[in-house]
Ligand binder design. Structure first.
Ligand code: SF4
Length: 221
């Protein structure tokens, strides 16, 4: 039998996590892409993505990050823009910059890490790919979005419709993006507006079924 304190820790670990109102989360997530600030994820004590056997991309413009990652940990990234490097993981699946339970270069962590938000999985109904491992899957399952407003529900329907569309038509994904769960999920967020139509006269927003060209335009916008 487990002691009360161990049980308390287990229960706390498995609690639902408030993910916030869906609509504003989508807007903030899209606005954060590519910025230095990155996604504002209330990770708490979770470090799952630092311990999930992930290859981290570092762009050639991330000079402060590249300066802090030892050269012997930087590998050329095939198929990505010149100068982009990959950082691998150790035999335990941990990022080599993960030291003493935390990121040793946190202030200068790669853009990939700043932008990573595992709420993209519950938002789209997708599961992390196999190589994302169980830690991220577990954490992603705990998020609970708030769907109180009509806009929250409409945007969610649009994100789900965009996800289905992109899973069926992977050729619509931006060039160079493999049809991995995380890239499909981010593309679905970006394209979701094409699955909604706002009628100025009535003030109503309703779902629509765009063609592939419209979706591609939304993705490249
Ligand atoms: S660089 Fe830092 S934030 Fe990114 S995976 Fe490694 S330890 Fe985690």
């Amino acid at each position: 039998m487990k002691s009360a304190s161990t049980l308390d820790v287990l229960v706390a670990d498995q609690q639902d996590l408030p993910a916030g109102p869906f609509s504003s989360w989508v807007d903030r997530t899209l606005a954060a892409q590519g910025t230095r600030i990155g996604a504002d994820v209330p990770c708490g004590s979770c470090t799952a993505c630092c311990r999930s056997s992930k290859f981290i991309h570092i762009g050639p413009d991330e000079t402060e990050t590249l300066r802090r990652v030892p050269r012997e940990l930087q590998f050329a990234a095939p198929g990505l823009p010149a100068g982009t490097v990959l950082m691998g993981y150790d035999e335990h699946g941990q990022c080599p910059m993960f030291v003493d339970g935390g990121c040793s270069i946190y202030e200068h962590r790669p853009r990939t890490c700043r932008n990573y938000d595992c709420r993209i999985f519950p938002a789209t109904g997708l599961s992390p790919d196999d190589d994302d491992r169980a830690l991220i899957t577990e954490q992603a399952r705990r998020w609970r979005f708030d769907f109180r407003s009509a806009l929250d529900r409409q945007k969610h329907e649009a994100v789900l419709a965009a996800t289905d569309f992109l899973l069926e038509q992977t050729a619509s994904l931006p060039a160079g993006q493999a049809p991995r769960s995380s890239s499909v999920a981010m593309a679905a967020l970006k394209a979701h507006g094409a699955f909604l139509e706002h009628d100025e006269a009535s003030g109503e927003t309703r779902p629509v079924s765009p063609d592939a060209e419209t979706v591609r335009a939304a993705l490249s916008g």
